[in-house]
Design a protein around this ligand. Sequence first.
Ligand SMILES: Nc1ncnc2c1ncn2[C@@H]1O[C@H](COP(=O)(O)OP(=O)(O)OP(=O)(O)O)[C@@H](O)[C@H]1O
Ligand SMILES: Cc1cn([C@H]2C[C@H](O)[C@@H](COP(=O)(O)O)O2)c(=O)[nH]c1=O
Length: 210
Amino acid sequence: MKGYFITIEGPEGAGKTTILSIVQQELLKKGYDVISTREPGGIDIAEQIRSVILDKKNTKMDSRTEALLYAASRRQHLAEKVIPALQEGKIVLCDRFVDSSLAYQGHARGLGIDEVLSINEFAINGLMPSLTLFFDIEPEAGLARIAKSNSREVNRLDLENMNFHKKVYEGYLKVAERFKERYQKVDATLPLEAVSKNALEIIESHLNCN
Ligand SMILES: Nc1ncnc2c1ncn2[C@@H]1O[C@H](COP(=O)(O)OP(=O)(O)OP(=O)(O)O)[C@@H](O)[C@H]1O
Ligand SMILES: Cc1cn([C@H]2C[C@H](O)[C@@H](COP(=O)(O)O)O2)c(=O)[nH]c1=O
């Protein structure tokens, strides 16, 4: 495929959405053909699946159902938006992708990283990002940012206990180690300007070297 598939990962409140928007604007100014999107969501069917997964009322959702719904939304998003954009040679910046499933469902929910990767292989059919930025921040600090923000609605996953969020973080460290060839850590505790500058530098260097 001609384009670049770049994903942003990290715990709740790490700043992924905020920085992704700044970085996209900077890349557009520099003349790059770049789109941004998110998981779960990004297109209508996947946004509908997102509503089901994240609805606070759905307290009975089984962990395997949750993993399968994320994988289903992922497939539709790839088929309808990501793959066509890559075929047109665009840079696709995606807020979360399969590594979120590995950290949240695989490690934190206890389904197993290998098992969750295996159900996702059917969904992604070989398409993996060439670069993943891991926004590194302890869960307590990320959740404190969300608690302060009045523009971000609290969802079903946010309401999990601190032990769950610590496991998510631990899961990410395992996933980053496993896929170290595409992983780059960004210190997400720094001020916004520093985080966006660092993220932009990593992305541009990847675009120039590949
Ligand atoms: N580097 C930063 N320093 C201070 N505050 C920040 C920083 N980055 C983001 N924030 C603030 O933290 C809050 C969460 O940011 P954002 O929604 O971008 O995080 P996120 O990683 O996308 O979270 P989630 O995955 O849980 O949706 C927002 O209020 C945002 O303004
Ligand atoms: C893709 C994906 C996401 N999640 C979780 C992570 C977050 O708690 C929500 C998404 O909310 P955000 O505000 O857009 O970050 O879903 C997950 O558990 N598994 C996944 O594969």
